[in-house]
Design a protein around this ligand. Sequence first.
Ligand code: AMP
Length: 285
Amino acid sequence: MIEINTIKGMNEWTKSKKSEKLSVGFVPTMGFLHEGHLSLIERAKQETDLVVMSVFVNPLQFGEGEDFDDYPRDKQRDASLAEAHGVDVLFYPDVEEMYPTPLSVTLKVHQGVDVLCGGSRPGHFDGVATIVMKLLQIIEPEKAFFGMKDAQQVSVIKRMVTDFNLKIEIVAVEIVRDEDGLAKSSRNVNLSSSERAEATKIYQTLKQVKHKALDKHTSDIPGLERWTKNQLKSQLIEGEIDYVQILNFPELTMPTDYEGEMILAVAVYYERARLIDNITWHQRG
Ligand code: AMP
Protein backbone atom coordinates (compact mmCIF):
# COMPACT_ATOMS: atom_id res chain seq x y z
CA MET A 1 0.00 0.00 0.00
CA ILE A 2 1.14 3.51 -0.68
CA GLU A 3 0.03 6.62 1.15
CA ILE A 4 -0.66 9.76 -0.83
CA ASN A 5 -1.27 13.11 0.86
CA THR A 6 -1.55 15.53 -2.03
CA ILE A 7 -4.08 16.01 -4.82
CA LYS A 8 -1.22 16.26 -7.32
CA GLY A 9 0.17 12.90 -6.14
CA MET A 10 -3.28 11.33 -6.37
CA ASN A 11 -3.83 12.71 -9.90
CA GLU A 12 -0.50 11.27 -11.06
CA TRP A 13 -1.31 7.84 -9.62
CA THR A 14 -4.77 7.87 -11.25
CA LYS A 15 -3.31 8.87 -14.60
CA SER A 16 -0.77 6.06 -14.59
CA LYS A 17 -3.38 3.42 -13.60
CA LYS A 18 -5.80 4.64 -16.27
CA SER A 19 -3.07 4.22 -18.87
CA GLU A 20 -2.70 0.61 -17.68
CA LYS A 21 -6.49 0.19 -18.10
CA LEU A 22 -6.97 -0.83 -14.47
CA SER A 23 -10.31 -0.12 -12.81
CA VAL A 24 -10.38 1.79 -9.54
CA GLY A 25 -12.81 1.33 -6.65
CA PHE A 26 -13.08 4.14 -4.13
CA VAL A 27 -14.00 3.93 -0.44
CA PRO A 28 -14.43 7.37 1.19
CA THR A 29 -14.18 7.39 5.00
CA MET A 30 -13.48 9.65 7.95
CA GLY A 31 -11.15 7.03 9.43
CA PHE A 32 -10.98 5.31 12.79
CA LEU A 33 -11.66 2.20 10.79
CA HIS A 34 -13.86 -0.67 11.91
CA GLU A 35 -15.40 -3.74 10.26
CA GLY A 36 -18.02 -1.59 8.51
CA HIS A 37 -15.30 0.23 6.59
CA LEU A 38 -13.45 -3.03 6.01
CA SER A 39 -16.55 -4.57 4.40
CA LEU A 40 -16.52 -1.72 1.88
CA ILE A 41 -12.89 -2.50 1.05
CA GLU A 42 -13.76 -6.19 0.63
CA ARG A 43 -16.58 -5.36 -1.75
CA ALA A 44 -14.38 -2.95 -3.71
CA LYS A 45 -11.71 -5.63 -4.06
CA GLN A 46 -14.29 -8.01 -5.49
CA GLU A 47 -15.49 -5.51 -8.07
CA THR A 48 -12.46 -3.48 -9.18
CA ASP A 49 -8.73 -4.02 -9.87
CA LEU A 50 -7.45 -1.43 -7.41
CA VAL A 51 -8.82 0.11 -4.22
CA VAL A 52 -8.31 3.68 -3.04
CA MET A 53 -9.49 4.53 0.45
CA SER A 54 -9.62 8.13 1.62
CA VAL A 55 -9.45 9.16 5.25
CA PHE A 56 -10.54 12.75 5.73
CA VAL A 57 -12.59 14.24 8.56
CA ASN A 58 -14.44 16.80 6.52
CA PRO A 59 -15.05 20.04 8.47
CA LEU A 60 -17.64 21.15 5.92
CA GLN A 61 -20.12 18.48 7.00
CA PHE A 62 -19.98 19.28 10.73
CA GLY A 63 -22.25 21.97 12.10
CA GLU A 64 -21.47 24.36 14.90
CA GLY A 65 -21.31 22.56 18.25
CA GLU A 66 -20.99 19.13 16.59
CA ASP A 67 -18.18 16.68 17.28
CA PHE A 68 -15.55 17.68 14.69
CA ASP A 69 -12.86 18.11 17.38
CA ASP A 70 -14.04 15.10 19.38
CA TYR A 71 -14.19 12.83 16.30
CA PRO A 72 -11.83 9.87 16.94
CA ARG A 73 -8.66 9.86 14.84
CA ASP A 74 -5.76 7.37 14.68
CA LYS A 75 -3.69 7.54 11.54
CA GLN A 76 -1.26 4.70 12.36
CA ARG A 77 -4.05 2.29 13.21
CA ASP A 78 -6.00 3.22 10.06
CA ALA A 79 -2.93 2.79 7.87
CA SER A 80 -2.14 -0.67 9.26
CA LEU A 81 -5.75 -1.85 8.96
CA ALA A 82 -6.06 -0.50 5.42
CA GLU A 83 -2.81 -2.18 4.38
CA ALA A 84 -3.73 -5.49 6.04
CA HIS A 85 -7.04 -5.50 4.17
CA GLY A 86 -5.56 -4.95 0.75
CA VAL A 87 -6.06 -1.23 0.11
CA ASP A 88 -3.73 -0.12 -2.70
CA VAL A 89 -3.72 3.60 -1.96
CA LEU A 90 -4.54 5.41 1.25
CA PHE A 91 -5.41 8.98 0.32
CA TYR A 92 -4.84 11.02 3.48
CA PRO A 93 -4.96 14.73 2.71
CA ASP A 94 -5.11 17.41 5.40
CA VAL A 95 -7.69 20.16 5.58
CA GLU A 96 -5.38 22.73 3.94
CA GLU A 97 -4.83 20.38 1.00
CA MET A 98 -8.56 19.91 0.40
CA TYR A 99 -9.61 23.48 1.22
CA PRO A 100 -6.57 25.75 0.68
CA THR A 101 -8.87 28.76 0.40
CA PRO A 102 -12.53 29.08 1.34
CA LEU A 103 -14.51 27.44 -1.46
CA SER A 104 -16.14 29.89 -3.82
CA VAL A 105 -18.55 27.22 -5.08
CA THR A 106 -20.17 24.51 -2.97
CA LEU A 107 -22.96 22.04 -3.68
CA LYS A 108 -26.42 22.45 -2.22
CA VAL A 109 -28.68 19.43 -1.87
CA HIS A 110 -32.33 20.35 -2.36
CA GLN A 111 -34.24 17.10 -2.12
CA GLY A 112 -34.41 14.45 0.58
CA VAL A 113 -32.64 16.60 3.16
CA ASP A 114 -35.56 17.99 5.14
CA VAL A 115 -35.91 14.58 6.81
CA LEU A 116 -33.76 12.32 9.02
CA CYS A 117 -30.20 13.60 9.59
CA GLY A 118 -30.72 16.39 7.07
CA GLY A 119 -33.49 17.75 9.28
CA SER A 120 -31.38 17.60 12.45
CA ARG A 121 -28.11 18.68 10.84
CA PRO A 122 -28.86 21.55 8.45
CA GLY A 123 -26.19 21.88 5.78
CA HIS A 124 -24.64 18.50 6.62
CA PHE A 125 -25.41 16.94 3.24
CA ASP A 126 -24.19 20.05 1.38
CA GLY A 127 -20.83 19.37 3.04
CA VAL A 128 -21.02 15.67 2.21
CA ALA A 129 -21.95 16.26 -1.44
CA THR A 130 -19.19 18.87 -1.84
CA ILE A 131 -16.42 16.68 -0.44
CA VAL A 132 -17.59 13.56 -2.28
CA MET A 133 -17.72 15.52 -5.54
CA LYS A 134 -14.17 16.78 -4.94
CA LEU A 135 -12.89 13.30 -4.09
CA LEU A 136 -14.56 11.76 -7.15
CA GLN A 137 -12.94 14.39 -9.38
CA ILE A 138 -9.52 13.79 -7.83
CA ILE A 139 -9.62 9.97 -7.83
CA GLU A 140 -11.79 9.33 -10.92
CA PRO A 141 -12.91 5.86 -9.81
CA GLU A 142 -15.16 3.57 -11.84
CA LYS A 143 -17.10 2.66 -8.70
CA ALA A 144 -17.51 4.14 -5.22
CA PHE A 145 -18.67 2.14 -2.20
CA PHE A 146 -20.91 3.53 0.54
CA GLY A 147 -22.45 1.87 3.60
CA MET A 148 -26.19 1.61 4.12
CA LYS A 149 -25.47 2.64 7.71
CA ASP A 150 -25.65 6.16 6.25
CA ALA A 151 -28.67 5.45 4.08
CA GLN A 152 -29.50 9.10 3.52
CA GLN A 153 -25.94 9.65 2.29
CA VAL A 154 -26.41 6.81 -0.23
CA SER A 155 -29.63 8.44 -1.41
CA VAL A 156 -28.07 11.92 -1.73
CA ILE A 157 -24.93 10.70 -3.50
CA LYS A 158 -26.91 8.58 -5.98
CA ARG A 159 -29.00 11.61 -6.81
CA MET A 160 -25.91 13.78 -7.20
CA VAL A 161 -24.44 11.23 -9.62
CA THR A 162 -27.65 11.30 -11.67
CA ASP A 163 -28.07 15.09 -11.59
CA PHE A 164 -24.46 15.81 -12.54
CA ASN A 165 -24.20 12.94 -15.05
CA LEU A 166 -21.16 11.54 -13.30
CA LYS A 167 -19.68 8.46 -14.95
CA ILE A 168 -19.48 6.36 -11.86
CA GLU A 169 -21.41 3.53 -10.25
CA ILE A 170 -22.42 3.91 -6.62
CA VAL A 171 -22.50 0.62 -4.73
CA ALA A 172 -24.47 0.45 -1.46
CA VAL A 173 -23.13 -2.10 1.04
CA GLU A 174 -25.17 -3.52 3.91
CA ILE A 175 -24.68 -2.52 7.56
CA VAL A 176 -22.08 -4.40 9.61
CA ARG A 177 -23.02 -4.90 13.26
CA ASP A 178 -21.44 -6.03 16.50
CA GLU A 179 -22.58 -9.44 17.71
CA ASP A 180 -25.24 -7.85 19.92
CA GLY A 181 -26.64 -5.93 16.95
CA LEU A 182 -25.23 -2.46 17.51
CA ALA A 183 -24.22 -0.98 14.14
CA LYS A 184 -20.46 -0.51 13.96
CA SER A 185 -19.52 3.15 14.12
CA SER A 186 -16.35 5.11 14.78
CA ARG A 187 -18.38 7.09 17.30
CA ASN A 188 -19.13 4.00 19.44
CA VAL A 189 -15.84 4.57 21.29
CA ASN A 190 -17.35 7.77 22.66
CA LEU A 191 -20.10 5.81 24.47
CA SER A 192 -19.80 5.05 28.18
CA SER A 193 -20.14 1.38 29.09
CA SER A 194 -23.72 1.82 30.28
CA GLU A 195 -24.60 3.77 27.12
CA ARG A 196 -22.98 1.05 25.01
CA ALA A 197 -25.06 -1.64 26.74
CA GLU A 198 -28.25 0.35 26.34
CA ALA A 199 -27.62 1.11 22.67
CA THR A 200 -28.28 -2.51 21.70
CA LYS A 201 -31.98 -1.75 22.22
CA ILE A 202 -31.97 0.39 19.09
CA TYR A 203 -31.51 -2.45 16.62
CA GLN A 204 -33.71 -4.81 18.65
CA THR A 205 -36.51 -2.28 18.28
CA LEU A 206 -35.89 -1.80 14.54
CA LYS A 207 -36.17 -5.55 13.98
CA GLN A 208 -39.43 -5.72 15.93
CA VAL A 209 -40.95 -2.98 13.81
CA LYS A 210 -39.89 -4.67 10.57
CA HIS A 211 -41.61 -7.86 11.72
CA LYS A 212 -44.72 -5.91 12.65
CA ALA A 213 -44.77 -4.22 9.25
CA LEU A 214 -44.25 -7.42 7.29
CA ASP A 215 -46.21 -9.93 9.35
CA LYS A 216 -49.17 -7.75 10.16
CA HIS A 217 -48.97 -5.84 6.90
CA THR A 218 -49.97 -2.69 8.69
CA SER A 219 -50.20 0.42 6.57
CA ASP A 220 -50.52 2.65 9.62
CA ILE A 221 -47.16 4.36 9.29
CA PRO A 222 -47.75 7.03 11.95
CA GLY A 223 -48.81 4.17 14.25
CA LEU A 224 -45.61 2.23 13.56
CA GLU A 225 -43.52 5.35 14.12
CA ARG A 226 -45.35 6.03 17.39
CA TRP A 227 -44.86 2.44 18.49
CA THR A 228 -41.11 2.67 17.71
CA LYS A 229 -40.77 5.92 19.67
CA ASN A 230 -42.64 4.56 22.68
CA GLN A 231 -40.65 1.34 22.61
CA LEU A 232 -37.36 3.24 22.48
CA LYS A 233 -38.46 5.74 25.13
CA SER A 234 -39.35 2.94 27.50
CA GLN A 235 -35.97 1.24 27.01
CA LEU A 236 -33.51 4.09 26.71
CA ILE A 237 -32.57 5.77 29.94
CA GLU A 238 -29.48 7.68 28.88
CA GLY A 239 -30.21 8.03 25.18
CA GLU A 240 -32.49 10.72 23.85
CA ILE A 241 -34.36 10.19 20.60
CA ASP A 242 -33.53 12.67 17.84
CA TYR A 243 -35.83 11.22 15.18
CA VAL A 244 -37.80 8.11 14.24
CA GLN A 245 -39.07 8.10 10.68
CA ILE A 246 -40.43 5.67 8.09
CA LEU A 247 -39.94 6.73 4.48
CA ASN A 248 -39.72 5.35 0.96
CA PHE A 249 -36.20 4.38 0.02
CA PRO A 250 -34.20 5.67 -1.78
CA GLU A 251 -36.53 8.60 -2.46
CA LEU A 252 -36.88 9.51 1.23
CA THR A 253 -40.41 10.73 0.68
CA MET A 254 -43.41 10.15 2.92
CA PRO A 255 -45.04 6.85 1.95
CA THR A 256 -48.45 7.36 0.38
CA ASP A 257 -48.92 4.08 -1.45
CA TYR A 258 -47.63 1.70 1.15
CA GLU A 259 -45.54 -0.53 -1.06
CA GLY A 260 -42.03 -0.90 -2.37
CA GLU A 261 -38.78 -0.34 -0.52
CA MET A 262 -39.28 1.20 2.93
CA ILE A 263 -36.78 2.46 5.48
CA LEU A 264 -37.19 2.99 9.20
CA ALA A 265 -34.37 5.24 10.40
CA VAL A 266 -33.58 6.46 13.89
CA ALA A 267 -31.04 8.71 15.57
CA VAL A 268 -30.32 8.78 19.29
CA TYR A 269 -28.22 11.29 21.22
CA TYR A 270 -25.84 10.14 23.90
CA GLU A 271 -23.57 12.42 25.85
CA ARG A 272 -20.61 12.33 23.46
CA ALA A 273 -22.05 10.50 20.46
CA ARG A 274 -25.10 10.63 18.28
CA LEU A 275 -25.93 7.17 16.92
CA ILE A 276 -27.85 6.45 13.74
CA ASP A 277 -29.28 3.16 12.54
CA ASN A 278 -31.88 1.92 10.09
CA ILE A 279 -33.63 -1.12 8.71
CA THR A 280 -35.17 -1.58 5.27
CA TRP A 281 -37.81 -3.91 3.94
CA HIS A 282 -39.80 -4.53 0.82
CA GLN A 283 -43.49 -3.92 1.35
CA ARG A 284 -45.83 -5.69 -1.03
CA GLY A 285 -48.83 -3.64 -2.08
P1 AMP B 1 -17.54 7.24 8.01
O1 AMP B 1 -16.08 7.01 8.22
O2 AMP B 1 -18.36 7.06 9.25
O3 AMP B 1 -17.82 8.51 7.28
O4 AMP B 1 -18.02 6.07 7.07
C1 AMP B 1 -17.39 5.83 5.84
C2 AMP B 1 -18.20 4.83 5.07
O5 AMP B 1 -18.32 3.65 5.81
C3 AMP B 1 -19.63 5.32 4.81
O6 AMP B 1 -20.02 4.94 3.49
C4 AMP B 1 -20.42 4.60 5.85
O7 AMP B 1 -21.77 4.40 5.50
C5 AMP B 1 -19.68 3.29 5.91
N1 AMP B 1 -19.97 2.64 7.19
C6 AMP B 1 -19.85 3.17 8.43
N2 AMP B 1 -20.28 2.30 9.36
C7 AMP B 1 -20.70 1.20 8.69
C8 AMP B 1 -21.25 -0.06 9.09
N3 AMP B 1 -21.47 -0.35 10.36
N4 AMP B 1 -21.55 -0.95 8.11
C9 AMP B 1 -21.34 -0.66 6.80
N5 AMP B 1 -20.81 0.49 6.37
C10 AMP B 1 -20.49 1.41 7.30
